[in-house]
Design a protein around this ligand. Structure first.
Ligand code: COA
Length: 251
């Protein structure tokens, strides 16, 4: 890889060290990820505890970051390049914009997430979807004090009535869905919106829907928020959503 800088070598152990997922956990999460990213989406998950190449422009973006941050950034780029490779795209830089959003190669959209020792990414052609968002989270419940910041009154009521959904905390699935939604919408609008600006309804069948409150309305009449998907495996939750064009859903 030309213009490449080697990401730091892997480490393990010590207090605050990242969780090192086993092969089985990685496999199970890969299955869940594939479940929430059906064709024409391509997705991959890799362990953060690995040694991955970065292009120079990427390495410079995290040159001053702490080791753990450089490591998760590099693993996210690796997962993204593997997802792009599934679409036939040769290894290419995915720079970071000033607002942290990844800048995908022309004609492509995608999303990156990292948590609990895993980094995952999804990519797609922009002729198929206008945007895509992905989030992975450890399946532990959100802290109670965070629930009030993340969940709307409607979502808090649903959580009080049915706290678990398919065996995992509803609040955490809702949180993951909202982060996925933000990552899908923001690169299109370049407008920030907060957790209380969206109302998410999580189904126990692996689906979720989202309605953005007004303001900010989703400001493109030709685009719509698609059906969200979520799945749980290996103590993790994966959530995804596409921004669809008027040409129809990505099936
Ligand atoms: C941007 C945000 C969603 C990222 O989540 P996170 O908790 O940092 O963790 P994740 O690991 O899941 O995601 C990080 C990745 O998101 C991507 N990302 C960051 N900012 C982004 C943006 N503005 N648009 C799209 N993707 C973005 C990056 O690829 C980043 O990884 P990288 O820096 O290694 O490239 C979160 O930091 C945030 O700002 N949330 C507030 C906005 C929000 O979620 N609103 C909810 C609306 S309902």
């Amino acid at each position: 890889m030309s213009d490449a800088a080697r990401a730091p070598a892997s480490t393990s152990g010590g207090s605050g060290a990242p969780r090192i997922p086993g092969e089985a956990a990685l496999r199970d999460l890969a299955v869940a990820l594939a479940d929430v990213t059906p064709g024409p989406l391509a997705s991959r998950v890799v362990p953060i505890d690995g040694t991955y190449d970065l292009f120079g422009i990427e390495a410079r973006a995290v040159a001053d970051a702490v080791d753990g941050r450089r490591r998760e950034f590099a693993a996210g780029r690796e997962a993204a390049r593997q997802a792009l490779a599934m679409l036939g795209v040769a290894p290419t830089p995915i720079p970071r914009a000033h607002d942290r959003r990844p800048i995908w190669p022309a004609g492509l959209v995608g999303s990156i997430s990292h948590a609990a020792g895993f980094a995952a990414a999804v990519a797609a052609r922009d002729r198929d979807v206008a945007g895509v968002g992905l989030d992975i989270e450890a399946a532990a419940p959100l802290r109670d004090d965070l629930c009030g910041c993340v969940l709307t009154p409607t979502e808090l009521r649903r959580r009080a009535a049915v706290p678990m959904v398919a065996g995992v905390p509803r609040c955490k699935v809702t949180f993951a869905a909202k982060e996925a939604l933000f990552k899908a919408v923001y690169p299109i609008t370049l407008g920030f919106f907060g957790f209380l600006d969206a109302v998410v309804d999580v189904g126990d069948d692996g689906s979720w829907t989202a309605v953005l409150r007004d303001p900010p309305a989703f400001p493109r009449a030709d685009l719509r928020i698609g059906a969200g998907r979520w799945a749980a495996a290996a103590g993790m939750i994966a959530a995804s959503v596409c921004i669809e064009t008027g040409r129809g859903p990505p099936r």
